[in-house]
Design a protein around this ligand. Structure first.
Ligand code: GAP
Length: 541
């Protein structure tokens, strides 16, 4: 990550803390790694995102590729389910990350997040055995950009810890040049392969101490959190916290097809918490241990997979744009064949909708995956539940019984919220706040603020009346404290698109000042027009 992006992220994290978007969970006890709380502003922002998704997916979806109204239903299934669900889905045995322990410091990291500094094979000259075969220092990062940034900040110390005499001469995205007692040495920062960790863990320095001989081989670590159901805590009562909401949908497929008048193609959607015991939670809320997903399982006839896959991919991309992610930081990336899950290899494909977060810059991080999951899940549940063919769908029009295929657009509400925060953030030295959050009005936590210019002369009463009326429809705030500049500054920092000020002129001609967040333009409108003004600008949400 470039220096500029790093400082932008620091500023966003600081703003989130200062203006009550996101706090560390259990902060008064020192926090807990990988868990985050949403403060009053963040709770509104995330709720706006989830409400928009629910509205645009479940209640009022766009017409499908054939122009027909989309058949969508919602669901709210439990976090704890019968353990067999996770055996059927493959999570009980296959939902693993390779994990390496440092035996000395007792710290742990994901093997596929280890980067190392490899040097040209000049072992004798620099007194490092193995030359470029083994890294001379290592670090944990989730992207090459982040690895470079960490190396630029800490590389000198790490080289010292590793006991080499080498110094950093220069480092940037094009490469690293070291200096060994006056001799330039070329260095490359690259991912340490799982193969190297498996074959020679003792030769790879620990990212925590830079010592060799302390790392274990990578071991598979199941990411599901366990708990116990009932009074006894034994193997039989063990249950998992769901690592995805999707399986709740598959487990209810029969209930819904039996009780609701849905016909393939149709979709089931749900928003809910998911839990993953991530080995290295990082990058603010991006990789958390408790997070929310917004998932759709769209059931289709196998023959129409290509058409529906392409349609959902494009529709979901356009949706993220419609709520404000309009910059070139949003991109679509198709998975290469070798990245695909085993069941998806025969399917139409998988694409990720990605966002360039400041901490992934110049790379991108996944916001939503759109996957053709074939009929893998329903078949698995048919087998593990013993329902067999009874779980098949009967298509009356085609007079055919089959396991529908599934297109799954699966998005993260926390990553979505983080992308909205990153996209909205603008430094603006010309404003008293120095910063403005340019949220799309539909996403803005507060839609409008109402300010009586002074706390007397009947202005607070007029403001109160307007506030009481508007709040029935929108989340609006009334603020009577401090001078007007400071009040505008507070609203800029939380991204309130419109501020209405009641002043002396209001008393004589019943007009108020509207101040536009993005342009700073001001105009006067009649106080009786404020409601219709907001309706025109932001609609009912
Ligand atoms: N049912 C498919 C599924 O769960 P996934 O790619 O593992 O697919 C879907 O997760 C979305 O959930 C991701 O695109 C991301 O937005 C979000 N997500 C996954 N792991 C996360 C984590 N540890 N922290 C925050 N969000 C996460």
């Amino acid at each position: 990550m470039a220096q500029e992006s790093a400082s932008k992220m620091d500023k966003i994290v600081a703003l989130c803390r200062r203006r009550a978007f996101i706090f560390q969970s259990s902060e008064i006890y020192g926090g807990i790694n990988g868990f985050w709380d949403y403060g009053p502003m963040g709770a509104e922002l995330k709720r706006n995102l989830k409400n928009a998704w629910w509205k645009d997916i479940v209640q009022c979806p766009p017409p499908g590729p054939d122009g027909r109204i989309l058949d969508m239903v919602g669901l709210d299934s439990t976090i704890i389910m019968n353990r067999r669900v996770w055996e059927a889905s493959g999570h009980a045995t296959g939902f693993n990350d390779p994990m390496v322990d440092d035996r000395e410091t007792k710290q742990r990291f994901r093997a596929d997040h280890l980067f190392g500094l490899f040097i040209e094979p000049i072992a004798d000259a620099v007194g490092v055995s193995g030359g470029s075969q083994y890294p001379i220092v290592t670090l944990v990062a989730s992207s090459a950009g982040e690895a470079l940034e960490l190396f630029e900040a800490n590389g000198r110390k790490w080289l010292k810890d590793a006991g080499t005499a080498m110094k950093i001469a220069s480092s940037d995205a094009s490469g690293i040049v070291l200096e060994n007692r006056g001799t330039p040495v070329k260095g490359t920062l690259a991912a340490v392969s799982g193969e190297l960790l498996r074959s020679s863990p003792g030769q790879v320095p620990s990212p925590f101490s830079q010592k060799t001989g302390v790392l274990t081989e990578p071991r598979q670590f199941n990411l599901m959190f366990k708990t116990y159901v009932g009074a006894l805590q034994d193997e039989d009562s063990m249950a998992y916290l769901r690592p995805e909401t999707a399986q709740g949908i598959f487990a209810n497929f029969r209930n819904v097809t039996d009780t609701c008048r849905v016909k393939v193609p149709f979709g089931m959607a749900q928003i809910g918490k998911a839990f993953r015991n991530e080995v290295t939670p990082r990058n603010f809320t991006f990789r958390s241990r408790e997070f929310e997903q917004m998932e759709i399982e769209f059931f289709i006839h196998p023959d129409s997979a290509n058409e529906w896959y392409a349609w959902w991919r494009d529709t979901r991309f356009a949706w993220w744009q419609s709520i404000g992610l309009t910059s070139s930081s949003l991109q679509m990336r198709s998975h290469d064949r070798d990245e695909l899950a085993h069941y998806a290899k025969l399917g139409a494909g998988t694409s990720d909708i990605e966002y360039r977060f400041p901490f992934t810059d110049p790379g991108f991080g996944e916001l939503e995956g759109v996957a053709h999951r074939t009929d893998f899940d329903l078949r698995q549940h048919a087998e593990f539940s013993g329902l067999g063919d009874k779980l098949k769908y009967f298509d009356q029009e085609k007079n055919e019984r089959y396991f529908p295929h599934v297109i799954e657009p699966s998005a993260g509400a926390d990553r979505g919220t983080l992308a909205l925060l990153c996209e909205a953030y603008y430094d603006d030295p010309n404003r008293p706040s120095g910063v403005v959050m340019k949220f799309h009005p539909r996403m803005a936590p507060i839609k409008a603020a109402i300010f009586p210019l002074v706390d007397k002369d009947g202005m607070p009463e007029i403001a109160q009346k307007l506030f009481s009326d508007l709040r029935r429809t929108w989340n609006v705030q009334m603020d009577v404290k401090q001078n007007i500049g400071k009040r505008y500054a507070r609203m800029d920092e939380v991204g309130t698109p419109y501020c209405f000020t009641i002043d002396t002129q209001t008393l004589s001609d019943q007009t108020v000042t509207v101040r536009y967040r993005d342009t700073l333009a001001q105009e006067r409108i009649g106080i009786d027009r404020v409601r219709s003004f907001l309706s025109d600008k932001i609609g009912g949400l």
